[in-house]
Design a protein around this ligand. Structure first.
Ligand code: SAM
Ligand code: CA
Length: 220
């Protein structure tokens, strides 16, 4: 026993999945389809998807926004957890990836809940703000280009209402954020993002060693 988060070796990770994973069959299909891509590791893990679904249920989210869709696994996880009249605005710059996503969203019967907007996410976020979207979202998930995380966060902090939750992926970046000799632009951006959030009094903060590190920020 220990008072710090446990390290998961393959056996323990397999055990965790065997006693807790409840993956929708279309999510499983999409995960297997995505696994054939060279950059399949960009997809969130199934237990992270399930955690986000749990959170969406607990928070009774109706309106969600996602920055970084890829082949749509996190979007599908989110959409499946929303109520029938729920809505997910999903932002990505790539049609190559998101074209893979669409048929799976349809097959799972939740495509009507997902509004995909293609283009630089910062422009889409600013357009939502300009259209009066401030304070209209319950939940946001950030998983796109790391260099823009702070910009996405600032826009999302306006788009979610008080009590709304922003979930940010890859904040531990395979451990690279703790290695000061790593000056890669994404690593530097994530380090700066984490440093800023550490003292951001506009939110209640929790950083979890789930997946590649997950920050939860609740707007106060
Ligand atoms: N959340 C996805 C999942 O679980 O499968 C993974 C997202 S992947 C890590 C990052 C995505 O961000 C890619 O699909 C990429 O096209 C998108 N992206 C990168 N830069 C972007 C930008 N400036 N605006 C919008 N999307 C961007
Ligand atoms: Ca990610």
């Amino acid at each position: 026993m220990s008072n710090r988060s446990i390290t998961l070796n393959d056996d323990l990770y397999g055990y965790l999945l065997s006693v807790s994973l409840r993956e929708h069959p279309v999510l499983e299909e999409l995960r297997k389809r995505t696994a054939r891509l060279p950059n399949a590791m960009m997809q969130i893990s199934p237990e992270q998807g399930q955690f986000m679904q749990w959170l969406i249920g607990a928070l009774q989210v109706r309106r969600a926004i996602e920055v970084g869709v890829f082949t749509g696994y996190s979007s599908l996880s989110t959409a499946l957890a929303l109520p029938a009249d729920g809505e997910l605005i999903a932002l990505d710059i790539s049609t190559e990836y998101t074209d893979i996503a669409r048929p799976y969203w349809k097959k799972a019967g939740v495509d009507q809940r997902i509004q995909l907007r293609i283009g630089p996410a910062l422009e889409s976020l600013r357009a939502l703000l300009a259209a009066g979207g401030a304070g209209t979202f319950d939940f946001a998930f950030v998983d796109a280009d790391k260099e823009n995380y702070l910009n996405y966060y600032e826009a999302l902090l306006q788009l979610v209402h008080t009590g709304g939750v922003i979930v940010v992926d890859n904040v531990l970046w395979s451990g690279r954020v703790a290695d000061e000799s790593d000056t890669d632009s994404a690593t530097v951006a994530l380090r700066e993002f984490n440093r800023k959030l550490a003292t951001d009094e506009r939110v209640a903060l929790s950083m979890l060693p789930v997946g590649d590190g997950l920050t939860l920020a609740r707007k106060l």
